[in-house]
Design a protein. Structure first.
Length: 552
């Protein structure tokens, strides 16, 4: 027997050659500089914020260069497969505008010339390349049993280089006859790479995020096909990213340690390696230290969290870009109304130690995003959200959608719009006093506004208030009340001589504001008054008056 015969013996059903696949999946016809990136999830159904982040960076890298972003599903471990997982993950991405150009685009739905994009459907392809390696004497069947492998693991406890190499690679040089005897015997085998690495060899590569990296060359005879003929991640990565013509592999930095294996595989297979960008995990501050954002401990690790809370997708995307590139915020200041599509992600500017997740920052970013939206947009998006997550809010909106939109428009068209809303679930509280159903009176006062002054002010204002007033007339009425209750309409005058007055026009308006809204700080009170309507305004003023009368 020779290598060729051995290859035929190991892979009797494989009649194709690598050339066949090379021809079937030719290099892509793209412009110079176009990058081909991918997301390669295992179908667990869980989309971690870190996955979304990595995807956004991969997606932007492709889009910024008129390249291609595709999804390949790494489902070789059928035990871990979860029904409906792909749909959930793709939906999680599409919410943030990440829609693959090709690959798996729905549960069992694939588009693109490089199909199949499910690894479980690519067995013949992997085996063709595996067979070819055997033919060239570059890979060999290993018959070691799990018990033998365990023994080696124990024996290697104090070795610096672990795994199957050197003297541990017992089946690397088995004679053909011995191999034949074991095959005849029906012994299970895995296929191992016959590593060409040497102990003093070096693996050097230029990571697009971390820069130049040098590591010892791989000397392990790693498994490339498991005993069921399914490839390991290492082998599938090399074959798939080559045949799918990926130019840039962006993945978690837990894979850095495996790069020497990967580059060796690309070399042995005769493939040009892709460029790598290893992305550090998103971190979280805890007790003064840093740890990875955890699926178990942190609700915000789950991508669905943001939708549940009602963070608009624009905010989350914008926030992720602040995590990705520290210069994004400067860019945003210079390009306030530009689409983020225009911001080119720079891999070199990404954090090597892991960007820090900060909820306060996300909240700020989101307030900025929402304050620039039109009231119609805020209404539409928050109504969509409410229909799914807050039926009470949806019901309030449905009483009068035009009024709801007008409420959301208060102070929105100002030069400096207020930033009260960071996420849609802030809205019920923000607008609660605009609806009798949710209004909670609170008569606490601030400044010079005392219950005694409140009684005087409210008695006058109940008679004076007129919902047909324009803004000037409305404010005029408050000023007019001032001298009648011992206050001055002029704040400056009050400051010069505070002992001469019971308060100033600001105190008068505080009393009215508190009576109408239960709060001392609200957006424009004139607009609020108009939208509350006459009967509600009168009723709340009366209730407040009665309350203060009892208090004094
Ligand atoms: N399925 C691998 C993972 O989820 C993909 C890594 C890669 O992008 O190559 O970690």
């Amino acid at each position: 027997m020779d290598y060729k015969a051995l290859a035929g013996r190991l892979f009797p059903t494989i009649d194709k050659t690598p050339d066949y696949w090379e021809e079937k999946y030719p290099p892509r016809d793209l412009k110079d500089g176009a990058r081909v990136t991918r997301f390669a999830p295992s179908p667990t159904g869980f989309l971690h914020f870190g996955n979304l982040f990595t995807c956004l960076v991969s997606y932007k890298t492709a889009k910024d260069t008129n390249g291609v972003f595709y999804v390949r599903v790494e489902d070789t471990d059928q035990k871990r497969k979860v029904e409906g997982a792909i749909e959930v993950m793709l939906k999680g991405l599409s919410v943030y505008g990440i829609v693959p150009d090709e690959g798996v685009v729905g549960e069992d739905e694939q588009v693109g010339d490089y199909a199949p994009y499910y690894q479980s459907q690519r067995k013949e392809i992997y085996q063709t390349y595996a067979k070819s390696l055997v033919e060239q004497g570059l890979a060999y069947p290993c018959f070691m049993t799990p018990e033998e492998l365990d023994e080696i693991r124990t024996a290697q406890e104090n070795e610096s280089i672990k795994g199957i190499w050197g003297k541990w690679a017992k089946h690397r040089d088995l004679g053909f006859d011995e191999v034949e005897r074991r095959l005849e015997n029906g012994e299970a085998w895995t296929l191992r790479l016959k590593s060409p690495g040497t102990l003093d060899g070096k693996c050097r590569f230029d990571d697009l995020i971390r820069g130049k990296i040098e590591m010892p060359e791989n000397v392990q005879d790693v498994v490339i096909l498991k005993s069921d003929g399914i490839p390991t991640y290492h082998f599938a990565h090399a074959v798939d990213d080559h045949l799918m013509r990926t130019t840039h592999v962006m993945r978690g930095d837990e894979w850095i340690a495996s790069v020497p294996i990967h580059l060796q595989l690309f070399r042995v297979l005769g493939f040009k390696p892709p460029k790598y960008a290893h992305i550090a995990p998103i971190m979280k501050e805890e007790n003064g230290g840093k740890r990875k954002l955890s699926k178990r401990k942190d609700p915000e690790a789950k991508v669905t969290y943001y939708a549940e809370q009602g963070f608009p997708k624009e905010s989350v995307t914008e926030y992720m870009l602040t995590l990705a590139n520290s210069n994004f915020e400067d860019w945003r200041r210079m390009n306030q109304n530009e689409s983020i599509d225009k911001f080119p992600v720079n891999l070199k500017k990404m954090s090597v130690s892991g960007a820090l997740f900060d909820m306060v920052k996300l909240t700020d970013v989101s307030k900025n995003v929402i304050c620039k939206m039109s009231a119609d947009k805020v209404f539409d998006l928050s109504y969509e959200w409410a229909k799914e997550y807050d039926s009470d809010l949806a019901a309030l909106y449905e009483k009068d959608t035009a009024r709801a939109t007008a409420i959301l428009n208060i102070d929105r068209e100002n030069k400096k719009p207020r930033k009260d809303i960071a996420k849609w679930n802030d809205i019920p509280d923000y607008i609660s006093y605009m609806y009798d159903e949710t209004f909670v009176p609170c008569y606490d006062l601030t400044g010079n506004a005392t219950p005694a002054l409140a009684v005087k002010v409210l008695e006058k204002y109940i008679d004076a208030v007129n919902l047909d007033d324009d803004k000037d007339a409305w404010f005029g009425r408050m000023k007019d009340i001032c001298p009648l209750v011992g206050c001055t309409p002029n704040v400056k005058e009050y400051k010069q001589n505070p002992d001469a007055f019971a308060g100033h026009v600001g105190d008068v308006s505080t009393i009215i504001r508190v009576a109408l809204t239960g709060r001392t700080n609200t957006p424009d009170l004139f607009a609020i008054t108009a939208l509350l309507g006459e009967s509600t305004v009168k009723a709340r003023l009366e209730a407040a008056l009665n309350h203060y009368k009892e208090e004094v």
